[in-house]
Design a protein around this ligand. Structure first.
Ligand SMILES: *Cc1c(COP(=O)(O)O)cnc(C)c1O
Length: 389
């Protein structure tokens, strides 16, 4: 084992199972309707899994396209060996046209004025920016606002597709509430209307896409010709916590672990951690874990979440600190097992992540993507453990 992974695995680390990622890609690709392309979403450090390793693996697994949130993320991928198409989903300053071209990034375009500026900048350097036009069919975030009865957006899109600095490869939309069929169907209908209306104006696109993870699973008629896979890639079928999904057999990719730094006997009525929010009801054995909110463990889960030690559920007691938190291991000790410094605590696995998301009144996306850089990623591939930055 390398020196650096030895150091990482003496405190807190995230095991990233690239074999599980490959397994998930195979299953998810199988869901797509004939010929639809596979886009892997790598934004936000690949939902905390490590953007470079995940992107390289997706490329190796034959993904057709990757998505990032910003030009900076796209550049990082290009500078590290990613050669497949990269779609930047977020808005980018048209002044970045030169970089967007230089690094071969495909840019989402959501507004007529920005499209014109982007085209102008591209022309100045004798290039074309490849774009995907974003339609707002009901998300209320970015995109051309689509109204069936007012074709202002259609007129603008038709015009921008002719701009000499742009190559309009794709068109897409995003669902606001994929778990809710009625609203989603209305979005699909609007998107179909957009495709039809534009087609009548002589504007067609090589790639059209609408569905992200839940969308692909629930609306096969909304696959168009690409699926955008985010959360499901990482092994979770649904954002609705506790919802069992459709049991596709996906495997979770990330497991966060900490090595217990001390196990201490504390008397009944003693209080644990800042603010004295936990008063021990009995003589207790308390394990100190070298992970805190500055590693990405939500402080709001103080006195609420659990970890697993020796495979057993142990409650977090007291406030989560910046770099440490405490778990009650009295029951393990009472059952006759010894718990000692150096033993491993599982902080996030599939069950804990779902439970934590629910208790934090949040979603799985947030719990995963908040695992911060201080937590070293250790990659498992071909069932071997290796370290990669
Ligand atoms: C983040 C994002 C996705 C991925 O969403 P998941 O629910 O994680 O699959 C897809 N499309 C867009 C536009 C996004 O912003």
């Amino acid at each position: 084992m390398s020196e650096i992974s030895k150091i990482a695995m003496s405190r807190t680390w995230a095991e990233i199972d690239l074999d599980a990622l490959e397994h998930n890609v195979k299953i998810l690709r199988g869901l797509l309707r004939n010929g639809a392309k596979f886009l892997g979403v790598c934004k936000a450090n690949a939902y905390g899994h490590g953007m470079l390793a995940v992107a390289r693996k997706l490329q190796e697994c034959g993904a057709d396209m990757l998505a990032v949130a910003s030009v900076a993320e796209g550049i990082e991928l290009r500078e590290n060996g990613v050669t497949i198409p990269i779609l930047c989903l977020g808005q980018s300053d048209p002044e970045l046209a030169e970089l967007i071209c230089k690094y071969g990034i495909t840019q989402a375009v959501e507004d007529f004025e920005n499209a014109k500026l982007l085209s102008q900048r591209a022309i100045e350097i004798n290039r074309k920016v490849k774009i995907h036009v974003k339609i707002d069919t009901g998300m209320g975030r970015i995109g051309f606002f689509w109204d069936k009865h007012d074709h202002k957006a259609a007129t603008e899109i038709a015009e921008l597709c002719k701009l000499p600095g742009l190559d309009a490869e794709g068109i897409f939309t995003h669902f606001a509430d994929a778990d809710e069929p009625h609203y989603t169907e209305s979005q699909i209908e609007k998107f179909n209307d957009a495709l039809e209306t534009l087609s009548k104006l002589g504007v067609t696109f090589r790639i059209s896409h609408a569905a992200a993870s839940v969308g692909v699973l629930k609306y096969p008629h909304a696959h168009f010709n690409m699926g955008r896979f985010g959360l499901v890639l990482y092994g979770y079928e649904s954002t609705e916590n506790g919802n069992e999904g459709s049991n596709l057999g996906l495997r979770p990719v990330m497991t966060v672990k900490s090595r217990i730094s001390a196990v201490r006997k504390l008397p009944a009525n003693y209080t644990v951690s800042y603010g004295r929010t936990c008063k021990l009801s009995r003589d207790s054995l308390i394990a100190v874990l070298p992970i805190g909110y500055a590693d990405g463990f939500p402080r709001i889960l103080s006195n609420k979440a659990n970890v697993k030690i020796h495979g057993k559920i142990c409650p977090i007691v007291g406030r989560v600190c910046m770099d440490m938190m405490m778990a009650d291991v009295t029951d393990i000790a009472n059952s006759g097992e010894s718990v000692k410094a150096g033993d491993i605590a599982v902080i996030f696995d599939e069950e804990l992540v779902k439970d934590d998301a629910r208790k934090a009144n949040s979603i799985i996306h947030e719990i995963l993507s908040q695992v911060l850089p201080r937590v070293t990623r250790v990659y498992v591939e071909n069932t071997n453990l290796r370290f990669k930055a």
